[in-house]
Design a protein around this ligand. Structure first.
Ligand SMILES: [Zn+2]
Length: 436
């Protein structure tokens, strides 16, 4: 978009106002609008001032004759430079004589006033349009999310209808516990709805979750704010003082512990555990921290990323979980944003198990975590916890500052299984967060 702004008319002292440069960018347009408005205001003031200084002299021929030349010149100049010169210079030329002159000048001042208010309106509109383009982008992504939700709900609707038919026909039985807080989740699991993980034995009354303890999830009555209530052994999820994830923001202390990466290509076996997809690793090396080895035992994903940097989540995060011989945990998080294919994680994304269940080895392809993190790559470090029940603390966390990428196709493959599996950020509670 570009607009030729009008040059300012000459002032009475003969000084020429600066010609405003042409600008093409939106933001410059706003500035130009304001400058043009300002220039027109100056013109109005000049005309009005001149009218006032003329006083009652307009009715004397002498004064009129004296005033004629400069007034005429001014009107023409103002008109020639008016943003919307709807009237012609001949109108100005016709305004010879004092009274006519004054009427013409008043009319001109009125027109200029209108021009200014119109320009102010244009500036206002442009400002609104800029805000709207931001809003539109936000709305577009919200629409995408709603579309995905709609598709899920439509498939759920079909499953509910089918399930109800089977239950009525006596082909299916949903065993629900007496606890009303759990019934919805139990029913979801029984009917195989989204967010619920169908268990082979669920319909026969086996626990919904294959793992020890009750079913937990990322939403609703089994969501993060209820984890501690679901199982007394998970109370740290509510009252722990060093929980993960956290928002990495502010100024960090330098001197994070020196982490040495010592990865090697390891064998992969995949498991969908009902909360995420996990790649268990064998002989994949690990990291050294103060002379202690932590072996890389598994990696898994969350979407969006659980950890925030300056309040912002990445599209995904891969958590590489390490364990020392004495059972201490260390997690290296690598943020993943949609972009290029992630070749290191390709064997994992190519083999995501759709159904929850037992571990399945991948025959072809090993995973070298050393290709996900560069030797001297910078990171944040803090002490935290598991981000899933039982929320155990005493976990060393390292979040890499450089994000890696996943292709939209890889991202879609994971989110088809887990559209949302991120615990909200937790209070830092005065913990030291350092960086390197
Ligand atoms: Zn995790």
């Amino acid at each position: 978009m570009s607009e030729q702004p009008p040059a300012a008319p000459e002032t009475e002292g003969g000084e020429a106002s600066p010609v405003v440069a042409v600008a093409s960018k939106k933001k410059k347009l706003l500035l130009i609008g304001l400058i043009v408005g300002g220039v027109l205001l100056i013109v109005i003031s000049a005309v009005a001032g001149w009218l006032l200084s003329r006083g009652g002299a307009a009715d004397t021929k002498k004064a009129a004759a004296h005033a004629e030349a400069p007034a005429h010149k001014k009107v023409e100049a103002a008109e020639a430079h008016s943003a919307k010169a709807e009237h012609t210079a001949s109108e100005g030329a016709a305004s010879a004589g004092g009274a006519t002159d004054e009427v013409a000048l008043k009319a001109e001042a009125e027109r200029l006033k209108q021009d200014v208010s119109k320009l102010q309106g244009d500036v206002q509109k442009q400002t609104e349009m800029l805000t709207l383009s931001d809003e539109a982008a936000k709305l577009k992504s919200e629409i995408e999310a709603l579309k995905a939700q709609k598709a899920t709900l439509e498939s759920d609707k079909g499953k509910i209808a089918e399930g109800a038919k089977q239950i009525r026909a006596g082909e299916k039985k949903c065993v629900l516990s007496g606890d009303p807080a759990k019934r919805m989740d139990e029913l979801r699991v029984c009917l195989g709805l989204s967010g619920a993980k169908p268990e082979p034995g669920a319909a026969a009354g086996k626990p919904a979750d294959a793992h020890a303890g009750p079913h937990w999830s990322y939403a609703g009555e089994s969501g993060p704010e209820y984890w501690a209530k679901l199982n007394p052994e998970w109370k740290l999820c509510a009252n722990g003082r060093a929980q993960s994830p956290i928002n990495l923001v502010g100024s960090f202390e330098h001197g994070a512990p020196p982490l040495q990466f010592a990865y090697k290509p390891g064998e992969i076996s995949m498991v969908n555990n009902g909360h995420t997809v996990q790649a268990n690793l064998k002989d994949a090396g690990g990291v050294d921290l103060y002379g202690k080895r932590y072996n890389l035992v598994q990696l898994h994903f969350h979407t969006p990323s659980e950890e925030l940097v300056n309040g912002r989540a990445a599209d995904m995060v891969v958590h590489m979980v390490h364990k020392s011989d004495d059972g201490k945990l260390l997690v290296v998080g690598v943020l993943l944003n949609k972009g290029k294919d992630n070749l290191v994680l390709k064997p994992v994304f190519d083999n995501l198990p759709k159904e929850e269940g037992s571990e399945r080895p991948i025959a072809s392809g090993k995973l070298d975590a050393g290709k996900l993190v560069a030797a001297n790559a910078p990171y944040y470090h803090f002490e935290g916890s598991l981000t899933t029940p039982p929320c155990t603390e005493g976990v060393q966390w390292f979040v890499m500052k450089d994000a890696a990428s996943v292709s939209p196709k890889q991202f879609a493959a994971f989110t088809a299984l887990y559209p949302f599996n991120a615990r909200p950020v937790q209070a830092v509670n005065g913990r030291k967060v350092d960086e390197r």
